[in-house]
Ligand binder design. Sequence first.
Ligand code: GLA
Length: 372
Amino acid sequence: MAARAPGRVNLIGEHTDYNDGFVLPMATTQSTWVAAAPRADDRLRAVSLTLDAEFVEEPAATGPSALRGWAAYVGGVAVALRERGIRVPGADLLIDSDVPIGGGLSSSAALELATLLALLELAGCRMEAVAAADLARQVEHRFAGVPCGIMDQYASALGRADTVLLLDCRTRQWEHIPLVLGDYVVAVVDSGVRHDLAAGEYVRRQAECRRAVELLRVRHPQVCALRDATEAMLAELAREAEKPVAARARHVVTENARTLAAADALRRGDLARLGQLMLESHRSLQRDYEVSVPALDRLVEIAGRVEGVPGARLTGGGFGGCIVALVHRDALARLREALRRDYDAAGWGPARVLVTRAGPGAELVWSAAGVA
Ligand code: GLA
């Protein structure tokens, strides 16, 4: 049998998920596939075609610390399922993916969810999409050591073709908003930059957000997360908090407002407004949240100068990875040319352009009984 789980591109709503805020991602048509077959013994053997690597797990020996790299995602899912009393049989897994790895498109969420669906099917169990997303996120926390919010796994699990997911990360309610782009496409440009500091900086941003909440609660005990902060409270923080703390809070409050405004713009089919909000989001991530890097700023600047590109911004956690841009079909060639001239030839590149569409969420694509 085989399962597929998509990566995700976040159109807007960055670093808001762990602040109980709003996000607007879509599942990509780029996905990770896991084909699985039962084994006679209880070993889990996984081969990755993407990474040209293999790992074999001996169930008895596998604790969280024994797993490293991509094996942590695969073995971690098996461990987490067994802890819930689900009997995961020994299995051979073959993994392939066209989600760029480590590029801010949630290749890890895709791997977790595809593995999860494949192992569940072998165990003869089913799980609701939300429960699967929650479990995949726990695997990321425990076995990969990244204390991420809920966006990536929810986007991969709940994605729907031709829609974006407006997700309220506090109530966990969501709405699929039709992504009607007419002559425009969603293009992702990979900067080629991978940043090792990303996880450490991510944790530091979370701590700064908690600090902002702590300061606000002295006078406003109703504030439980930055989701609850208002523009007026930002003025207080600007007077009383350490400078970076006030700036982080300003990003989160304004980004939540931009995300809701972007959802409205999409409902109205106002792509010019959506593009403008994306550019504002990038500026806020660059100046207030300080998670951009020169390569990403450069890509956004180049894309922004191309006629037929209403907006672009970094997507994902930052510190490298990709930008997302809205691009008129006729402008794709101009964008590629501008990138070659001003990014690649200037020694930054090569920048890789990937055109994507909003695809369906994680699913079984083939089961022992036939096509799922
Ligand atoms: C990473 C995390 C997400 C989210 C983004 C930033 O992708 O996994 O939970 O916090 O960063 O928006």
